[in-house]
Ligand binder design. Structure first.
Ligand SMILES: [Zn+2]
Length: 402
């Protein structure tokens, strides 16, 4: 019988917050306890259990060959007052897969490693600290530069605390070659539930295009300035906001949001001197984000000229990451084989897997989130759906490691 529910509920007890949910930022006291819970489980399952200099936990199940590896896993750190499924499902699900492989006495050709990545949420040090180190994107000396938001300590100090306590074996870095990496995760959105599908086959992780568009006009009295003598930056800002929605809607699968408005001086009886509009555009296609950005900037420029205000912008761009078609179709064919209903979809939240894409062929499996709720105490996935997700992960890992 599957142990996944027992595993997840037991982990969910660690760092339980009296204000609701779990609060388990990376390397906090509850996180250290949760790590040792996972380490003892790994040992119970006869995994060779290591930790690297970034505090990633790595449980190795040997195969008939030395490599390359199939890796799976996720994170056990949580946001404050988070749920018991985010991240935890990918770790405990992977351990349940190992437990079943052991029980069925399955020998795989390739070795399998279950990984717990440090600080995925970035609540303690920096997002993806663990996966970036694992993928070789951070050097050991880079780790010294991160300071714990809650502990106030530089990362190496918190790491030493963990190091003293853990029963895993210390290594500098995992040197095995990783061929494929698969992560099981809750969707954290409402799509699967609303489409009535059991499984989301993730095609990629969306990129983000951010724009901070600033309009500078002339601050003046809201009463005494005649309408035809105003240079009001709020007007082009308003047109820009509407343009974000209009232009994003033209592109399937893209989303665009203005969630930030910085108004100076932000006073009722004053025509603003300056307004900044914060735009967040996400898509799996870099080209689509570029097209929306261009159209929004055109509107901003035109609207600013009409109002005789100045306009400028800053931007930040993060590339979307595509999953490997090989892994995606393997997940699909496995879902078909198990009789699970599924759909292809992008991930609109960020995951360690996008970092792993720099070293391996990657894929992700989503299971439905009730009401689309996540990063909240009432994050929930039906236990039946959880078990289906684990079943699929097992099938995919067996296929990839064969
Ligand atoms: Zn997560």
């Amino acid at each position: 019988m599957s142990q996944i529910r027992r595993y997840l509920e037991a982990l969910g007890e660690i760092g339980k917050d009296p204000r609701g949910g779990v609060s388990r930022p990376s390397m906090s006291t509850p996180d250290l306890e949760a790590r040792e819970f996972v380490v003892s489980l790994m040992k119970e399952l006869h995994l060779k259990t290591f930790y690297d200099l970034a505090g990633n936990l790595i449980g190795v199940r040997e195969g008939e060959s030395d490599g390359p590896f199939v890796t799976t896993g996720s994170h056990i750190d949580s946001v404050m007052n988070g749920g018991i499924f985010d991240g935890a499902l990918g770790v405990m699900g992977a351990l349940e897969v190992v437990r079943e492989l052991n029980e069925d006495m399955v020998r795989t050709r390739r070795p399998i490693a279950v990984i717990v990545f440090t600080d995925e949420e970035g609540n303690a040090y920096t997002p993806f600290l663990g996966s970036k180190y694992f993928a070789g994107l951070l050097r050991p000396t880079d780790l010294e530069g991160f300071r714990g938001l809650y502990s106030g300590n530089p990362f190496p100090k918190d790491f030493e605390e963990f190091s003293k306590r853990t029963k895993a074996t210390r290594i500098d870095r995992f040197v095995g070659n990783v061929a494929h990496h698969v992560e099981l995760h809750v969707e954290q959105g409402p799509v699967l539930e609303s489409m009535g599908k059991e499984i989301g086959v993730v095609t990629g992780i969306v990129g983000v295009q951010r724009l901070w568009i600033t309009f500078k006009g002339r601050q003046s009295h809201a009463g005494t300035t005649p309408m035809n003598m105003r240079r009001d930056p709020m007007i082009p800002a308003a047109r820009t906001i509407l343009a974000v929605r209009r232009e994003t809607k033209k592109v399937e699968e893209a989303v665009g949001t203005v969630g930030l408005l910085d108004v100076t001086p932000n006073v009722m009886n004053v025509i603003s001197g300056q307004v900044t509009v914060g735009v967040d555009i996400r898509s799996l296609e870099a080209e689509d984000m570029k097209a929306i950005k261009e159209a929004v900037l055109n509107e901003a420029t035109e609207a600013a000229a009409e109002e005789k205000v100045q306009v400028g912008y800053k931007e930040l761009f993060e590339e979307p990451v595509k999953c490997s078609e090989e892994v995606v179709s393997k997940i699909e064919s496995s879902a078909k084989k198990l009789g699970l209903s599924y759909m292809r979809m992008p991930s609109r939240a960020l995951h360690d897997t996008q970092v792993m894409a720099s070293v391996a062929k990657v894929g992700m499996i989503f299971v439905p989130s009730k009401g689309g709720v996540s990063h909240a105490p009432d994050e929930y996935t039906d236990w039946e759906q959880v078990e289906k997700g684990v079943k699929l992960l097992k099938e995919v890992i067996m296929e990839l490691s064969d």
